[in-house]
Design a protein around this ligand. Structure first.
Ligand code: ARG
Length: 566
């Protein structure tokens, strides 16, 4: 249910009948229960334009608001705010209507867009690090969310598979045996280390490595084969992480940097032709403005750069993929890079003016000491180890609670441990840095996935205990039921906002509020007690069921499992 747009229509009608013109009507959530459910704060602006007293205008508008259906009461507050209360019967009807709905009342967007979501993007010559973990988690949520809302999503995993380091790596691979199945590739960290050792200790090896760089670039078949087997092994490691994380990125979503290689000369041609780039000391550069550092698109030795590839990718995403919106889920520290390539791409006509280009930046994951997250020996943390640790901890947290078979306990620990890591990442506003703290993440209290999973399991246990069919209508009988029903109906507005702003934390905050209201409802309003009459019992069971359905759908969009028992 799109509550806010329904309310704007009601306000719009009231304004029209009161003979007042307003362009955009914005409805906000009330900040306190005594201010109602929603507020319209646009009168102050209107008063300035009309040169009239805001309170007077507000009174006039309020008189024209239709309070026969959705709205129960309106009141003028403060200098001219309009507070709005929704009607209990309306809430009851609306929630009852979505009891059987697999989309829990969430419609699809009117104008579906084709959206490219660029996420994960690990570098094949390095171990996947926590930055890629964040990108994978946030990007995957965004992709799932947009798809659920009806957009057509094209996932793109822009992996770094090209560059001088590969010469060294494939020279080492060749030394070990050319089949690409060598034991050493099982542990890439060791592989990189040893390749570097060889590079530093042997002049002959180093020369070969340099030689290989040129050879791969010129398309030498033998070198390309070695390179390919190395990429396959490296990508295999990433796929393990995706699998464990429940991240929906497949082989076919990979469109690597190397894919754009043969389009790079054309990028430079276009930039030169349009007079956007200039030669500076042999290098081809774009100067965007006095306070911007120049962007090198081709080095004096002819080599291309990260920005050149991104320009080619932008062109491809516009011309071939025909995207309406392109989202880059990449570390916030690359903000300038994206700002620059977006500007250049539009100037050069590589991307149409109307295509939305968005850098969905995120902050850094820190350790407990507030330093960027690394393993104890200073190396980048192995993601698989990190995730395994979360699962082990989750198991410890829950094993004493209920009797589970070993198998069930393992599955549960995985859902809870991985869910905790993902939820913690998604629940902070994405631009902020945050501290990785497993103890806090795997907790029954606070805004954690376990709190949501526990609420869901608790609802399932109530339904198991009831052990009979649940039927009948929802009745909104008191203030807490009013709040709960309203929260349930706010799901669609929440998802729309989250999709528009690309903010997963909008969803987690909502879930936290929903579960908090549900817990209060459950505390105040007994469900299965003998003295509760049948209709009330059914209504409360229905409210609980619907709450469970919304939690489940919300967590599903975040890529987190629900569990029936904890
Ligand atoms: N490989 C890059 C990195 O690790 C991320 C790629 C992001 N996507 C892009 N189109 N630039 O920083």
């Amino acid at each position: 249910m799109k509550i806010k747009s329904e309310l704007s229509k009601i306000i719009e009608t009231a304004l029209t009948t009161a003979n007042i013109n307003a362009d955009e009507i914005v409805i906000s959530d009330a900040t306190k229960p005594e201010f109602g459910d929603y507020q319209y704060n646009g009168v102050m602006k209107l008063a300035k334009i009309l040169k009239q007293n805001p309170r007077q205008i507000a009174m006039n508008v309020v008189e024209h608001i239709d309070i026969t259906g959705m709205v129960a009461k309106v009141e003028v507050a403060g200098p001219g705010f309009i507070n709005i209360w929704l009607n209990d019967n309306w809430l009851a009807t609306q929630t009852t209507a979505i009891l059987e709905d697999s989309r829990v009342g969430v419609g699809k967007v009117e104008k579906p867009q084709r959206v490219v979501v660029d996420y994960s993007g690990p570098n094949m010559a390095k171990q996947m690090h926590v930055g890629h973990l964040r990108s994978s988690i946030i990007g995957d949520t965004l992709a799932t969310l947009l798809e659920f809302l009806g957009d057509e999503v094209i996932r793109q995993n822009h992996i770094g598979d090209w560059g001088t380091q590969f010469g060294m790596l494939i020279a080492h691979l060749e030394e070990l045996g050319t089949d690409g199945n060598t034991q050493e590739l099982k542990d890439l960290e060791v592989f990189y280390k040893n390749a570097k050792v060889r590079f530093d200790e042997s002049e002959e090896f180093a020369n070969k490595a340099r030689d290989y760089v040129v050879k791969i670039q010129s398309g030498d078949a033998h070198c390309l084969k070695l390179w390919q087997s190395f990429i396959d092994a490296s990508l295999g490691h990433c796929e393990e992480v995706y699998e464990q994380l429940n991240v929906n990125l497949k082989k076919e979503d990979v469109r690597a940097e190397s894919f754009y290689n043969d389009q790079l000369p054309q990028v430079i041609e276009t930039l030169k032709e349009k007079g956007i780039s200039t030669n500076s000391n042999g290098a081809e550069c774009v100067f965007l403005g006095d306070d911007e550092t120049p962007i090198i698109v081709q080095k004096s030795d002819g080599g291309f750069l990260y920005a050149t590839t991104d320009l080619a990718a932008l062109n491809f995403r516009d011309k071939e993929l025909k995207a309406d919106r392109i989202c880059y889920v990449v570390d916030a520290r690359q903000a300038q890079h994206f700002k620059q390539v977006f500007t250049i791409a539009k100037q050069a006509g590589m991307v149409k003016e109307e295509v939305a280009l968005e850098h969905i930046g995120f902050g850094t994951m820190m350790d407990k000491g507030g330093k960027p997250f690394k393993t104890r020996d200073g190396g980048t943390v192995k993601l698989v180890d990190l995730l395994n640790e979360a699962v082990v901890r989750a198991k410890e947290t829950i094993k004493e609670r209920e009797a589970h078979s070993d198998e069930a306990l393992d599955a549960l620990a995985k859902s809870i441990g991985i869910g905790a890591v993902k939820y913690a990442d998604l629940s902070i506003s994405r631009e902020s840095n945050y501290i990785f703290n497993l103890e806090k993440m795997i907790s029954f209290e606070g805004n954690t996935s376990l709190y949501m999973q526990y609420a869901y399991a608790r609802i399932q246990s109530i339904l198991r205990k009831h052990n009979a069919e649940v039927s009948g209508e929802i009745i909104v009988g008191d203030a807490i039921e009013h709040r709960l029903a309203l929260m349930l109906l706010k799901f669609e507005d929440t998802l729309s906002k989250s999709a528009k702003e690309a903010t997963p934390h909008t969803i987690t905050s909502y879930l936290y509020d929903l579960v908090t209201v549900f817990m209060k409802f459950y505390e105040l309003n007994p469900i299965l007690r003998d003295d509760v009459d049948e209709a009330t019992k059914m209504s409360r069971l229905q409210l609980a069921t619907l709450t469970g359905n919304v939690i489940k759908k919300g967590l599903e969009i975040l890529g987190i499992d629900v569990v029936d028992k904890i």
